[in-house]
Design a protein around this ligand. Structure first.
Ligand SMILES: NC(=O)c1ccc[n+]([C@@H]2O[C@H](COP(=O)([O-])OP(=O)(O)OC[C@H]3O[C@@H](n4cnc5c(N)ncnc54)[C@H](O)[C@@H]3O)[C@@H](O)[C@H]2O)c1
Ligand SMILES: O=C(O)C[C@H](O)C(=O)O
Length: 311
């Protein structure tokens, strides 16, 4: 199975590295606009093979889309990341044009591919890809919830002092500092509600830390994060290529689900060989429904800024 990743920067290269190491795809093509950059990243990753024991073919190209032909999955990470103090939404002006042209180029050479959108603001970029490519909604998937849920589980694990893999928890809604919705009520430690172990004050802090998880790392690193984002993309692509049918919160086009229409927003999705296979309808309580409606309003508002790009 062939995967193309556009953007060989921090997230794209990390994603390629994790996918190669875990043998998720047989072939990975990294593409970047910067001369020689993707070639260099691909060669460096390839030179891990004998020490980490993988057989994935990893190549890099400078803006040559013909080398991406016939990809089963394409991942878009091209664009600029935020700097400390910025919101993801401030990236829209530059990233919208990049994502649209990259997506169109990819489709030309891989007409059957499933698209995974990573560039920020991710929900807006996913909507842009959906509207401009004209593909069925199952083939356009925004990655954000996998990462946010992983951060939520990490913060819960730290508060509980228990392994993150024993914790089940999900974040839905927009992939923004104020639009994420960590579903604390449904989070569990091996099936036991986390509220049996943590006070409301502790739970509120975990949710707040989760929501600004990306901003915290941006403040520490001077640019946005890449290890957990790259691993989260690989996790999502694995579920597609290997038809795992995992439930992963992803940004997809909604048509009535959760009371919303005509936006891409994070909802629990079954992800398999067809991309989005089903949206799971969680019975939210009234407070959660209100948070989702507010998040959807903010996500919808950002889509208005796309008018010029969408023509
Ligand atoms: N959805 C998420 O959960 C999530 C997580 C982390 C980062 N991101 C976003 O992903 C994007 C990439 O982040 P990063 O840290 O890897 O940035 P980065 O600067 O390290 O890498 C971006 C790469 O894109 C390339 N690029 C720019 N324009 C291009 C074009 N037209 N064609 C091909 N390549 C092009 C650049 O040359 C660069 O190498 C940012 O927008 C960031 O906000 C999203
Ligand atoms: O925080 C960012 O800007 C990058 C990404 O969306 C993240 O959550 O790490």
């Amino acid at each position: 199975m062939k995967v193309t990743i556009v953007g060989a920067g921090n997230v794209g290269a990390t994603c390629a590295d994790v996918m190669a190491y875990r043998g998720i795809a047989s072939e990975i093509v990294l593409l970047d606009i910067r001369e020689g950059f993707a070639e260099g990243k691909a060669l460096d990753i390839t030179q891990c093979a004998t020490n980490t024991g993988f057989n994935t073919k990893v190549t890099g190209v400078t803006n040559d889309y013909s080398k991406t032909a016939g990809s089963n999955v394409v991942v878009i990470t091209s664009g600029i990341p935020r700097k400390p103090g910025m919101t993801r939404e401030e990236l829209i002006g530059i990233n919208a044009g990049i994502v649209k042209s990259v997506a169109e180029n990819l489709l030309q050479y891989s007409p059957e591919a499933i698209f995974v959108i990573v560039s920020n603001p991710m929900d807006t970029m996913t909507y842009l890809a959906y509207k401009s490519l004209g593909l069925p909604k199952n083939r356009i998937i925004g990655m954000g919830g996998a990462l946010d849920s992983s951060r939520f589980r990490t913060y819960l694990s730290l508060a509980l002092d228990k392994p993150a893999n024993d914790i089940s928890a999900m974040v839905i809604g927009g992939h923004g500092d104020t639009t994420m919705i960590p579903l604390t009520r449904l989070a569990s430690y091996n099936g036991i509600p986390v509220s049996q172990f943590l006070s409301q004050e502790q739970l509120d802090k975990v949710a707040a830390d989760t929501m600004v998880g990306g901003a915290t790392l941006t403040g520490l690193l001077g640019t946005s994060a890449w290890y957990a984002p790259g691993a989260s993309v690989a996790y999502l692509v694995d579920s597609i290529l290997n038809d795992q049918k995992k439930m992963i919160a992803c940004s997809v086009f909604v048509e009535g689900e959760y009371g919303q229409n005509d936006i891409c927003i994070g909802v629990p999705c079954i992800i398999g060989k067809n991309g989005l296979e089903e949206i799971i309808d969680i019975k939210l309580n009234d407070a959660e429904k209100a948070l989702f409606a507010k998040s959807a309003d903010a996500v919808r508002g950002m889509n208005d800024a796309l008018a010029t790009v969408l023509g």
